[in-house]
Write a protein that binds this ligand. Structure first.
Ligand code: ADP
Length: 565
């Protein structure tokens, strides 16, 4: 049994022949790491936390053996524990690799990985008892002679394992779709590499420079990274990283200031240290509390915004389902309604014999109600086409006057029925030809005239046509109920009708203007409403560009620019 020429350490580790920093770096590191490991494991029992606990135990054994190696004056004890340290090192790296596997979601470690692990550990077991590991003790300096073979072999294994861990992390990062998950993987990878670096950095420096005091510093980082990794495993939320930072800072400060108590021999210093410890702990507690509060607020906001995203998505889906439903329902309705309209027309024309006056009256009413229904179904179909972006246009150079005149003629009977005048006003010079889809423009203007007649009790309706060098204008003005200022814009939205209209109890679904706006915008034109207020009449103005390079003659699937409301 070899004995170094210094005193026996008490409890195997306490000796005056070692640097003070040794206790300062090892004991708090082991205690904090063990506490964290057990706490994290109890918090959540998964393969990852079990592996983390194993890692902590291996690290603690390594650090305790290190203490004994430093403090012991017995060569056999030093050689034995130093050898064990050499053996523990690769285990710590393999444990880290397994931890990475579990963290990124692997349930089991593959057979191949296990075999590789065992095969790379075997040389350690075989080399340790030989001269290629520790060949003996130098009694002069009481230090072991470490064989180069084992040193280089461990460096190679450790470097390869670190690269393996990094590759695994990068792969998991790239394949993950979730932003928060990616963040978690990134932090874990960084934490893992720093952990291993803190662990091996001192040893590398020590082996090369023989300055083993330097090796002590790496251990400071170990509990910090263990805590960090554990936090990422058990509870990681988007904003937690700030909290981890604050907590790590406070804990590190507590450990550092607290351990100063063991070093200061003088009472004044000890009292001052205690006061500093109390003040900084109090401040730390407030810091953590305020960070926590801020995080909670942010989390609440995040929750609300996540819920909004989901609700918005759901609304869009519902909107789509509704449009599809309307489209299907309207198609089914249109055919029978058109047939009814046709038969009533035939009856009215006398194709099925003469009809008595009362029946004729009923038939006329039926015809008008049915026409409204056809109109409504047509509007609903248009809405669903607009929303699906399926409106087709047939553009052709068109003279506006005849088609507007035809419409005015068409509405003359209904205006007359309400004792309203319906006149058409033309400018002196004819309008130039403009490229439009005549049927669509007819539909829009027809709705405007229909509305003007519908919403006017006395007076009349005027349809005017004007042109400038680059614009053609169609104006439908009436002396009717007028429009409130705040209603003017809303009228062009789906299903929106003004308060006055609802009071008047006139049929209508509030779709005509919405459809009209979409058609006019597809012509790169504009449509808007003007009114001096309720009961002061209204003017609906359509402006169409005369030269329109974006519009080409022929049929097109012009995408509609109408807003989805
Ligand atoms: P509908 O007339 O079927 O309700 P529209 O989309 O054609 O649907 O019109 C939307 C709303 O615009 C109407 O409900 C009415 O409140 C208002 N409006 C349209 N034209 C006039 C008008 N000439 N005078 C006053 N209000 C009008």
């Amino acid at each position: 049994m070899l004995t170094c020429p210094w005193e026996d350490p008490s409890y195997l580790i306490f000796s005056s022949n070692v640097p003070d920093i040794l206790y300062y770096s090892h004991i708090p590191a082991v205690l904090v790491a063990l506490l964290l490991g057990v706490f994290i494991f109890l918090n959540k029992k998964t393969s990852a936390t079990k592996t983390l606990l194993s890692l902590v135990i291996l690290f603690s054994l390594y650090a305790v053996f290190d203490l004994v190696v430093w403090a012991s004056n017995r060569g056999d004890v030093v050689l034995f524990l130093w050898s064990l340290q050499i053996l523990i090192e690769p285990f710590i790296f393999f444990c880290s690799l397994y931890l990475m596997y579990f963290f990124v979601g692997y349930k089991n470690i593959s057979f191949k990985t296990n075999i590789i692990s065992i095969l790379s550990i075997v040389p350690f077991v075989m080399l340790i008892p030989t001269k290629y590991s520790l060949s003996g003790i130098n009694l002069m300096i009481c230090d072991a002679n470490e064989g180069l073979v084992i040193i280089y072999y461990s460096y190679i294994v450790e470097t390869l394992l670190t690269l393996w861990i990094i590759a695994l992390c990068v792969k998991a990062y790239k394949t993950s779709q979730d932003v928060i998950d990616r963040k978690r993987i990134k932090f874990f990878g960084i934490g893992m590499v720093l952990f291993l670096f803190a662990f091996s950095w001192g040893n590398i420096v020590g082996s090369f420079t023989e300055d083993w005091t330097m090796a002590q510093y790496g251990l400071f980082g170990m509990p910090v990274f263990i805590g960090f990794l554990g936090y990422l495993i058990v509870k990681f939320k988007a904003f937690d990283i700030k909290l981890i930072g604050a907590q790590a800072l406070v804990v590190a400060q507590f450990v550092l200031i607290g351990s100063m108590l063991f070093f200061s021999k003088n009472l004044t210093n000890q009292i001052l240290t205690v006061i500093t410890l109390v003040i900084t702990s109090g401040a730390g507690w407030f810091l953590i509390k305020s960070v926590k509060k801020e995080i909670e607020r942010k989390e609440q906001l995040q929750k609300i915004s996540d819920a909004l995203v989901i609700a918005n998505q759901r609304l869009k889906e519902l909107d789509l389902t509704k449009s599809e439903f309307i489209s299907i329902a309207s198609h089914q309705l249109r055919t029978p309604l058109t047939a009814i309209k046709g038969y009533i027309s035939l009856l009215l024309e006398g194709s099925y014999g003469t009809i008595s006056a009362p029946v004729l009256d009923v038939l006329n009413k039926l015809y008008s109600v049915n026409s409204r229904l056809v109109h409504l179904v047509e509007d609903l179909l248009n809405v669903s086409r607009i929303e699906a972006g399926r409106i087709q246009h047939s553009f052709a150079p068109t003279q506006l006057e005849p088609i507007i005149a035809e419409l005015v003629d068409m509405f003359k009977p209904s205006a007359k029925e309400k004792n309203l005048t319906l006149t058409m006003k033309l400018q002196k010079t004819p309008l130039p030809l403009i490229t439009i889809d005549p049927n669509k423009i007819k539909e829009v203007v027809s709705n405007l005239i229909d509305n003007a007649v519908k919403y006017t009790k006395e007076g009349g309706v005027t349809v005017s046509l004007e042109s400038t060098t680059d614009m053609a204008r169609i104006i439908v003005s009436d002396t009717g109920i007028g429009i409130h200022e705040e209603d003017k814009k809303n009228l062009f939205q789906k299903f929106l009708r003004s308060k006055e209209t609802t009071r008047m109890v006139v049929s209508g679904a509030g779709l005509g203007l919405y459809v009209g706006k979409s058609f006019i915008e597809a012509h790169n034109g504009k449509i808007w409403a003007e009114s001096d207020g309720p009961d002061k009449g209204s003017r609906f103005i359509i402006e169409l560009p005369i030269i329109n390079p974006k519009i080409h003659i022929g049929t097109s699937d012009q995408p509609t620019t109408a807003e989805r409301v």
